[in-house]
Design a protein around this ligand. Structure first.
Ligand SMILES: [Zn+2]
Length: 359
């Protein structure tokens, strides 16, 4: 990964570097050349990077989230890594974009009661990081951040109406309408991963039963295999990634788990197409790394269950931004908020001074 960043920096230097100034020199209009920090907060790691105006990652670092050490300690680590990235990229930072698992409040920058960040509720990364670096910052739900990245630079490019769905340890989704993030009441993010597909289905982390996530996220495959495979008795759980590997080797139980995954993934997508008739659906997340094993079946299920909208014209594709999608999407949160829309919604975090990190 670091090697990759290094190659990018070399290309970058060759084209745009000035020895006199020692700083990145824009070739044309300076407003096209903002250098934005992307902060991708996850349950296990925080990725930090500097992203240029073309969506290229110039430097990146990451650290364990270490949730139990608390939110403020994590922001200290994040700040240190960001300083290192800025130093390596040798650029001036214009802003900070942040993606975090929800619920989050994009307006105030505060984290809500996030499932995999216990004890962090009320923490405000926008307030802390904008004060620390003296630049404006903006926060969005991580699915919305990834959708914005794909909208600008990836598989959702030029799509006015599309859905981004990430399928990993959970299912997150973002709805882009006319190039904007769709927001619900009080600006809330719709929880598409928790639309109920089978009320008699498995218990979900949200407290109900049979949500899309409980049937089609990676852990759903693990649970199903544990309960339905005669060979699994007492042998411990099998992660989704290994189930896909076993299915590639024609293991019968694993193939059945993948078939079930395809069915429920397809059913949820069919619902989204019926409800929104989008131009495109972009699919990301760890489960989609094994897409060749099940996408044909997913398309069949969609076709069988969508009758009244022009399903065949909905383009379904895989996310295009790869391993740095979270970082690039987070940086795009800033562009979307402050550059493309003038920050008219939530510009209160434009700091006027630098200060130490406090709670
Ligand atoms: Zn649920």
């Amino acid at each position: 990964m670091y090697e990759y960043s290094f190659v990018l920096i070399k290309q970058f230097n060759r084209e745009n570097w000035s020895k006199d100034e020692g700083k990145y020199q824009p070739e044309s209009d300076a407003t096209d050349c903002h250098m934005i920090a992307g902060i991708d907060i996850g349950g296990t790691k925080i990725a930090v990077g500097v992203v240029d105006h073309a969506g290229r990652v110039l430097a990146r670092e990451e650290c364990p989230t270490a949730v139990s050490l608390g939110f403020v300690a994590a922001m200290h680590r994040t700040s240190e890594l960001l300083r290192e990235c800025v130093r390596r990229a040798n650029v001036e930072l214009h802003g900070i974009g942040i993606g975090s698992p929800g619920p989050v409040d994009p307006k105030t920058g505060r984290l809500g009661d996030v499932n995999n960040l216990p004890g962090w509720e009320g923490g405000n990364p926008v307030e802390i990081l904008s004060r620390e670096f003296g630049v404006p910052a903006a926060l969005e739900n991580d699915a919305d951040a990834a959708a914005l990245g794909e909208l600008r630079w990836g598989a959702g490019k030029s799509r006015a109406r599309f859905l981004y769905v990430t399928i990993g340890t959970g299912i997150g989704a973002s709805l882009i309408l006319d190039g904007q993030i769709y927001r619900g009441i009080n600006g809330c993010h719709p929880e598409i991963g928790h639309h109920i597909i089978d009320p008699s289905g498995p218990a979900c982390s949200c407290g109900t039963r049979g949500c899309w996530e409980s049937l089609a996220a990676g852990p759903a495959m693990t649970v199903w295999l544990r309960e339905n495979s005669p060979e699994s008795d007492g042998k411990g759980d099998v992660a989704a990634r290994e189930i896909f590997e076993r299915a590639e080797n024609a293991d019968r139980s694993a193939c059945a788990a993948v078939e079930r995954e395809a069915f429920y993934l397809g059913l949820g997508l069919a619902n989204l197409i019926t409800l929104f008739a989008p131009e495109a659906i972009v699919l990301g997340g760890g489960v989609m790394r094994s897409a060749p094993l099940f996408m044909n079946r997913v398309r069949e299920v969609i076709h069988e269950n969508c009758r009244l909208v022009p399903t065949d014209r909905v383009e379904i594709s895989l996310a295009a931004l790869g391993a740095d999608a979270g970082l690039i999407g987070a940086a795009e949160v800033w562009n979307h908020r402050f550059q493309l829309h003038g920050g008219e919604v939530e510009s209160r975090f434009v700091p006027d001074r630098r200060g130490p990190i406090s709670s």
